[in-house]
Design a protein around this ligand. Sequence first.
Ligand code: ATP
Ligand code: MG
Length: 512
Amino acid sequence: MTASDREFLKIADITKTYGVVKALTGVSFSIRRGEIHTVLGENGAGKSTLMKIIGGETGPDSGEITLDGRRIEHFSPAAAHALGIHMVHQELAVFENLTVAENIFPYHNFKKGGRIDYARLHEETRNKLNLFGLKTIKPEETLGSVTLAGQQMVEILRSIVAEPKVIILDEPTSGLNDHEADLLLNILKRLKGEGLTIIYISHRFKEIMRISDRITVLRDGEFVATLENTPDLAESELINNMVGRDLSASLYQIKTVANTSPDAPVLLEVKGLAKRNALNPTDLSLAAGEILGVFGLEGSGASRLSRMMYGLEGKDEGEIAIKGKRFPKVNPRLMVAERVMYLNNNRKIAGLLPELPVTDNLSLPVLRRFSRFLGFLNLKAIARLATDFIKAFAIALPSLSTRPANLSGGNQQKVMLSICLVPEPEILIVNEPTRGIDVGAKTEIHKFLLDIASKGVGIVIFSSELPELMSLSDRILVMRENSIVDEVKAGDYTEQTIMRYAAVGSAEPEGE
Ligand SMILES: Nc1ncnc2c1ncn2[C@@H]1O[C@H](COP(=O)(O)OP(=O)(O)OP(=O)(O)O)[C@@H](O)[C@H]1O
Ligand SMILES: [Mg+2]
């Protein structure tokens, strides 16, 4: 490898501040030509900021970046594209109302005569999709109807058709389950084989260890180390570098005994909830103090179930009972009034008001409780409450008036979770509660959820991360093809069985 290959993308002494926040301080390291280089660090460590600089979305305060010996003079996405650098965002930037083909080839017009040659556009798109084994996605369907995982793949394909030299993927798998992440990782390996240089960000160690050639660790905006991913590299070494202290005590303890007492009252019942072609008649019940996990691969109906339970999506049949009170129809407002809170799994920061201070965001669901007189808010109480959560979850934010739009991805997620917890719910329905959250903070959030459950809160948790489900849940329901196909109790958890139920169902005879 020549010197210029070793320093293909050279990051030299980059500093970036936002007001009082030092997002990056004198960061220097190099990325080799054709490698998969992971950037690792806690929430708020500065990963996305560095990627935005390389991708030309913002300029550094000082320092320089060179690609293939050429210094980047202007920091703009167009300039980055011209150099061959493409970035796939932490939040998806796809157009849901355009077709898959139009999303993949937004800059090509495939004109014939004065018109767009749709036949060719669709054929080219199909070729690309097939190349990556994405046969279930149709070029002519609107992207809004494609699964989240599919949309993610489409966004990556869009960067690739521009034939870049470097692609940056900021947490591409955070909304994907293991199976989908697997597909993506295979695609990345293949692209690497074709000579592409890939900068990768993830909080999932398994995939980092699997895919990276080298790993650079950032902490508090500073460079810590670049490590070769050799067989002797231990996950604990990465974690210790990342958090700057020894965190090697096991992160995930699989729950072996259900904590729910048999005479705990039932808090929530779902009876015969169904929607044509979306959910087969489904029953479930949740007791006080119970943590009920729901696992399903994309398309299993699990996320639809979560939305229908909360009245975010219509149903044809069925009812919900909350503490014995029966509701033929529910909606989010009614659910909040019944002290049921919901964390959605939208990758964008839906649910947050990005331009309002974090405190306002935290206080929205409880404004009533805090208004002393009509229209007068007890601002002190709100601030106190906000501060409690900021401490509990180590939310990195410069001040209470910071807007969520300026927080790192993981810190936005912590704020969203806090919003669900501020009204002190009796029932909590959460989707991917720790998505994008670093290992240290994750443990804190898990502890918190276990703690409120021990005080009687009932929690339904939908997660694509099996280890997370197995460490929190007293029971796990497995979904496949719009039905609950199995129930596994704490004590019987193994990743293999649950995965097998989710993929092929338990009815499948073994050993055939
Ligand atoms: N536009 C902005 N305005 C103000 N502060 C910002 C802005 N963007 C980022 N920051 C701050 O810079 C720091 C680094 O954020 P960054 O998004 O780079 O973290 P990250 O390593 O990507 O974290 P995560 O794992 O949570 O995505 C954070 O403290 C964040 O609040
Ligand atoms: Mg980030």
